[in-house]
Design a binder for this molecule. Structure first.
Ligand code: PLP
Length: 469
């Protein structure tokens, strides 16, 4: 064995103890760690001829990079939609690396990881109050979940034209509709060879980001017999708008379409008594995307797809590893190898299993309700502020706001975001909504509390005054 490896094996306890101590220290002080950095020049070390071993490498990493790490799992990192990491999820994630299982085999021969993945999917369906009519599995993020679901949708569409797309390739055009799709769904269409330009954008209801059902019906009435794919949104990123799930479910009575829902974070509305109505009817969809590294608060990278069990064969046709003779009959037996884009994969279900067992339904409902309450509180403060106003109503957990003074908007928002990042107390991202420059705050972190809202408002006020001088 190479000497540095031999030494590390002998010193495993000290190495892991040091990393543990450092981790506890980091997570305990996360509140004081900056949410933004201005990266200076970094002296990146190249490949050493002779390695230094794990302990020294840990030291080197801290010296070189710790000053460039941001508290993205902390309570005031509200840019994009960024989840934190619950203690149980971190424990599960560590063990994922320790066990290093290659998760695909559910036959009972071999390790339990794929079986535990199926069990974790069942728990997630229960969390979202979805029926057991869905299969599911883990992928790296909502982008890959949208990709997986839309790949099966593509295979379904092919069948309506008597084409096996997995074998024969894409037909010339597939009709696809969406109102305000997340950019990742559009990217998935590019990756699938369906062509992002072939997506027809449906008009939205006035002042909203959801499908105008009446107008959509008019569009469909022109080609009543053509099958299509619908990409619905359960939570748009700017204003967290939801397509009308019940109305879409009604459309299924008249039209033949694959119904995909991107519920990357909106799925968690099902954990709130006041907001679960937004998802009524979603159980009738063919496929659903949910991120785990957002509102479930597990470490990157983790998301699930749910696809209807009735489409199991379509999914196997899409992802089968048909040419490996040692893998057996890929359609008859269930294996993740023939069900998802990847072959070898990490035991991603474990952190999710840990956090769901540790906090249960009540724990997740409390995280969700808390974030919604705090978003409303922040919105109230913004409405009462001298400098800011809401750009959209707060529908769930995201506050989209802008500078009151129209003439100052574009320049100020840029300057405000830059200054906030320099200060490092709160992280927000800019956006464009209704052709207006806006700022977004998306609250999905389990740690966020009332004090964070106070700190954020104080920062926003002070930064504005500084710029306005
Ligand atoms: C975040 C998000 C995505 C993309 O998710 P990744 O996990 O970054 O791949 C897709 N759709 C919606 C609605 C999202 O919020």
């Amino acid at each position: 064995m190479y000497p540095a490896l031999q030494k590390d094996l002998e010193n495993l306890e000290e190495i892991l103890q040091e990393v543990r101590d450092f981790s506890v220290d980091y997570l305990s002080n996360l509140d004081h760690f900056p949410t933004g950095r201005t990266l200076g020049s970094i002296a990146f070390p190249g490949l050493p001829a002779v390695g230094a071993g794990a302990a020294q490498t840990h030291q080197l990493f801290k010296e070189t990079f710790l000053k460039n790490i941001v508290a993205s799992s902390g309570s005031r990192y509200w840019g994009y939609v960024t989840g934190g990491t619950t203690p149980a999820a971190i424990a599960g994630d560590w063990l994922t690396s320790i066990f290093d299982q290659n998760t695909f085999n559910t036959s009972g021969l071999g390790d339990v990881s794929a079986i535990l993945e199926l069990e974790t999917i069942k728990m997630m369906l229960e969390l979202f109050e979805l029926p057991a009519t869905f299969n599911g599995g883990f992928v790296s993020g909502a982008t890959m979940s949208n990709f997986t679901c839309l790949a099966v949708a593509r295979q379904w569409f092919g069948k309506t034209q008597s084409i096996d797309i997995a074998k024969e390739g894409n037909p010339s055009t597939i009709k696809m509709y969406a109102a305000v799709p997340h950019s990742s769904s559009v990217k998935a269409l590019s990756m699938l060879g369906l062509g992002s330009k072939n997506l027809t954008i449906v008009p939205t209801s006035p002042g909203r980001e959801c499908i105008d059902i009446k107008k959509f019906k008019e569009i469909l009435a022109r080609q009543p017999n053509n099958p299509f794919i619908l990409i619905a949104s359960a939570g748009t990123v700017n204003t967290v708008d939801f397509d009308d799930m019940e109305a879409i479910a009604q459309l299924r009575k008249e039209y033949n379409f694959w119904w995909h829902i991107d519920a990357a974070f909106g799925a968690f509305a099902s954990c709130s008594t006041d907001y679960k109505y937004l998802l009524h009817g979603w159980e009738l969809a063919d496929s659903i995307t949910v991120d785990c590294h957002k509102w479930l608060n597990v470490p990157y990278d983790s998301a699930v797809f749910f696809t209807k069990k009735e489409h199991e064969n379509l999914q196997k046709e899409t992802f089968q590893n048909a040419n490996a003779p040692y893998l057996g009959d890929t359609i008859k037996y269930f294996s993740y190898l023939n069900f998802v884009p990847e072959s070898s994969r990490r035991f991603r279900a474990l952190p999710v299993w840990f956090t769901l067992q540790a906090y249960g339904k009540a724990g997740y409902c409390s995280i969700v309700e808390n974030n919604i309450t705090l978003a409303k509180e922040l919105a109230g403060k913004i409405e009462n502020s001298a400098y800011y106003q809401l750009a959209a109503p707060v529908r769930l957990n995201t506050v989209c706001f802008t500078v009151k003074d129209k003439n100052k908007r574009d320049d100020y928002i840029k300057a405000i975001i830059t200054k906030l990042n320099e200060n490092g107390k709160i992280f927000l991202t800019p956006t464009l909504y209704n052709e207006k420059s806006c700022i977004r705050a998306a609250l999905v972190n389990w740690r966020t509390g009332k004090a964070d809202i106070e700190i954020a408002m104080k920062e926003l006020t002070e930064v504005y005054e500084l710029i306005d001088k």
